[in-house]
Ligand binder design. Structure first.
Ligand code: UDP
Ligand code: MG
Length: 321
């Protein structure tokens, strides 16, 4: 092994993945063995698993010196687990992939060859989305369309977290310490030279996806609020429109009363206008609240995660960047 050769980190967040890990070990080791010109570091992040995931990662670390693990103090969610991994990654580039083998490790050589051509951010685009409910696909498509309309930063569809990032990108991403992370947005935010490649998303090797409709909706809101402040403008626009209509209506009511007199009680009109405006006000208040809530969480400046142990060594304190 050449000690001047480049070090490649493979970053894998793991949360209750005991069923998929054996297959991951086998396939990833085969890929690494096939490229001996590089040095390898597999950095697994145990995101507070409650099954035997951690034990298996520890065992792998003892068996193969390329494998390392960071054990978080509890489940922080994939986005934060990835941040932890990026903080600890030492490689000249970092390949991020899921532990459930939905991202085929056999694509890694292709990603590396694009990186060697000078690209800093090589991301996978799904050819097909694998087994997924139809309604979820449609909702996801709609979501990206709307999000793109509200921002100048390009939003990439059908790309997940299967990507290779050069050291410059990792340094940029870890410099952004927000707690409520929407990494997909951050990849676009940082820029740098990007290249895409297509891959077939496999079905989950084993176990179940950790996302349900509710957590997906949460991620969607995180996406909008961390990407754009456009929703805040809705209040302004609605206010303008409603005031304009109200003014025209007022002129009309005055004119009518002056010419014909006004025998009507007007209860239905008042009721509908009141309810409509009340609804609009509550809605905009809610949008405002989403942002205020996020500000509240960010100004506390809490460390995004805590580490219990790294490769068997007890973490002494939070490692701040
Ligand atoms: N994951 C994690 N923390 C979580 C949830 C998921 O680290 O709280 C990891 C999980 O182990 C997997 C990846 O994130 O490696 C993707 O998760 P999953 O397969 O459940 O998501 P999907 O592929 O359905 O989007
Ligand atoms: Mg998955």
């Amino acid at each position: 092994m050449n000690h001047n050769s480049k070090l490649i980190t493979i970053l894998i967040p793991c949360y209750n993945e005991q069923e998929s890990l054996p297959a991951l070990f086998g396939r990833l080791n085969a890929v690494m063995d096939s490229m001996p010109d590089y040095r390898w570091e597999v950095l697994t992040v145990n995101d507070g698993s409650t099954d035997s995931t951690l034990a298996m990662l520890m065992q792998m670390h003892r068996r193969d010196s390329r494998w390392h693990y960071v054990d978080l103090s509890r489940n922080f969610g994939k986005e934060t687990a990835m941040l932890a991994g990026m903080d600890y990654a030492k490689g000249n580039c970092v390949v991020i992939m899921d532990s459930d083998l939905q991202h085929p490790p056999e694509e890694i050589p292709r990603m590396i060859s694009l990186w060697e051509k000078g690209y800093d951010d090589v991301y996978g685009v799904r050819r097909q989305r694998g087994r997924e409910p139809w309604i979820r696909k449609k909702l996801s498509l709609m979501y990206y369309r709307i999000l793109q309309k509200t921002t100048r930063i390009p939003v990439l569809q059908n790309t997940g977290d299967f990507r290779l990032l050069d050291r410059v990108c990792i340094d940029a991403l870890t410099a952004m310490r927000e707690c409520q992370r929407y990494t997909k947005g951050l990849y676009c935010q940082i820029g740098f030279k990007k290249a895409s490649f297509e891959f077939d998303q496999q079905d989950r090797e084993a176990g179940q996806t950790k996302w349900n409709m509710r957590s997906l909706a949460g991620l969607a809101v995180d996406g909008v609020t961390s990407y754009t402040t456009a929703p805040l403008r809705i209040a302004t626009v609605m206010g303008l429109v409603v005031s304009a209509i109200a003014f025209i209506y007022m002129v009309w009511v005055f004119a009518k009363a002056a010419i014909y007199g006004d025998p009507q009680a007007g209860f239905p009109t008042i009721m509908t206008v009141m309810l409509f405006l009340g609804g609009v006000q509550l809605l905009t208040l809610g949008i405002l609240g989403e942002y205020v809530g996020r500000i509240f969480n960010e100004v506390k400046h809490r460390p995004p995660y805590f580490v219990r142990e790294v490769d068997g060594e007890k973490a002494t304190a939070y490692r701040s960047k």
